[in-house]
Write a protein that binds this ligand. Structure first.
Ligand code: DGY
Length: 322
C-alpha cells in the first residue's frame, strides 16, 4: 500500500479543510504557543512531506535542512518574507502562497485606518470609555480632517496598492504613487495616479500608505530620513510588514507631533502589548495584523492554501506559486 503523505500545520485551519486533509493524509496540527517553538518545529518537520505555515513562522535554512522529505511549503499569506525562498527552491521544495484573494480585504483595512485616523473615531471611543466625554459640538471639539480632496501617497503600486488607489478615488482623494517602475500610461490614466519620486511621495502626501513587500532591501526603508520629509499634518498607514518602518523613529516622530498620526496593522515584532510605546500615543490607531482577516477572505485563503498543498504533494503546478 502507498504510504500516506505526512503534513504539518503550524496552526489550525477551518474545519472543512482539516477534515479534507485528514481523509487523505496523516496530519499534525500544532496547538498552543504561537509561533510554534523552533525546537518543536525542527523535530516535527523531519518526516513531513508537506507544511502549512503562517506569516509569523520563520522557515529558515535550519528548518529546511531538517525537512528531509518536504515537497511543498504552503503559506497562509500573500507575504513570504518568513520563508528562505532561495534555499527552499535550491532544495526543490515548492512554495505556495495566497495572493489576489486578500487584495480587497487589505485595501479595505487600509482605508478603514485612514478614515479612523482622520475622523478620530478610535480616539473618541477611548475618550468615552474613559468617561472623558465633556465637550459637545464646539467649533474646536474633537475636530478631525476631511478625507475628500486630500492627497494619498501609495508606496508600492502592486495589487493592493492599486486597490487602495481605486477606493481612495471613490472618496474624492488625489492619488500619487512611487514604485520600482512606474505603471503604464494607460494604467496611470485609468487609476488617475501620478508617479513621483520617493522623496516627493513623502513630501506631498497627506496620507502615506505602504504596500511593498518586506526584504533586506526594504528593511527600515521608512526611517527618520523619510519621515522628516512628511508634513506635520500628514498620516502614515502601514498594512504591509512592520519591519519596513523603523518603529523607534516613527514613535519619536509621533511623540513630538512631527507627523499627525499613524494607523498600523503591522509591527516590528508581533504581537505587541501595552509596553510598546505606540499604545501610549493618542495619535495612533493600532490593529492586530488583520489585513486579510475577513470571513470571506480567510475562507478563500484556506481553500487556496489547501489546494496548493495538495498540488505540491502530487508534483503538480500550484494555483499560486512563489
Ligand atoms: C499576508 O497575508 O501576508 C498579510 O500580512 C495578511 O494581512
Amino acid at each position: 500500500m502507498k504510504r500516506k503523505f505526512k503534513v504539518l500545520l503550524t496552526r489550525r485551519l477551518h474545519d472543512f479543510a482539516l477534515d479534507k486533509l485528514r481523509k487523505k493524509y496523516e496530519i499534525t496540527v500544532h496547538s498552543g504557543k504561537i509561533p510554534m517553538p523552533k525546537n518543536r518545529l525542527l523535530d516535527l518537520i523531519k518526516d513531513k512531506d508537506g507544511l502549512i505555515c503562517f506569516p509569523y513562522d520563520s522557515i529558515d535554512k535550519q528548518i529546511i535542512n531538517s525537512a528531509k522529505k518536504l515537497k511543498i511549503i504552503s503559506t497562509y499569506s500573500v507575504g513570504f518574507d518568513h520563508i528562505d525562498i532561495k534555499y527552499a527552491k535550491k532544495k526543490k521544495i515548492k512554495i505556495g502562497y495566497t495572493p489576489d484573494v486578500l487584495t480587497n480585504a487589505t485595501a479595505e483595512l487600509t482605508i478603514s485606518l485612514m478614515l479612523d485616523l482622520l475622523r478620530r473615531i478610535t480616539e473618541g471611543d477611548r475618550l468615552i470609555r474613559k468617561n472623558n466625554w465633556t465637550e459637545i459640538f464646539g467649533a474646536y471639539d474633537y475636530v478631525g480632517r476631511d478625507v475628500s480632496g486630500k492627497t494619498i501617497g501609495i508606496l508600492g503600486m502592486g495589487r493592493i496598492g492599486k486597490s487602495v488607489a481605486m477606493k481612495a478615488l471613490g472618496l474624492g482623494m488625489n492619488v500619487i504613487y512611487h514604485n520600482r517602475k512606474p505603471m503604464s500610461k494607460k494604467m496611470e490614466i485609468s487609476l488617475k495616479s501620478k508617479y513621483v519620486s520617493l522623496n516627493n511621495l513623502f513630501k506631498k502626501s497627506d496620507v502615506l500608505t505602504i504596500h511593498i513587500p518586506y526584504s533586506k532591501e526594504t528593511h527600515h526603508l521608512v526611517d527618520s530620513s523619510l519621515l522628516s520629509k512628511m508634513k506635520k499634518t500628514s498620516f502614515l498607514i502601514n498594512t504591509s510588514r512592520g519591519k519596513i518602518v523603523n518603529e523607534n523613529d516613527l514613535i519619536m516622530y509621533l511623540e513630538q507631533n512631527k507627523i499627525q498620526g499613524a494607523g498600523l496593522d503591522v509591527f516590528e515584532k508581533e504581537p505587541i502589548n501595552k509596553k510598546n510605546k505606540l499604545t501610549k500615543l493618542e495619535n495612533t490607531v493600532l490593529a492586530p495584523h488583520i489585513g486579510s482577516s475577513t470571513d470571506e477572505t480567510r475562507y478563500e485563503m484556506t481553500e487556496i492554501t489547501v489546494k496548493n498543498l495538495i498540488l505540491g504533494l502530487n508534483d503538480k503546478k500550484l494555483v499560486y506559486s512563489v
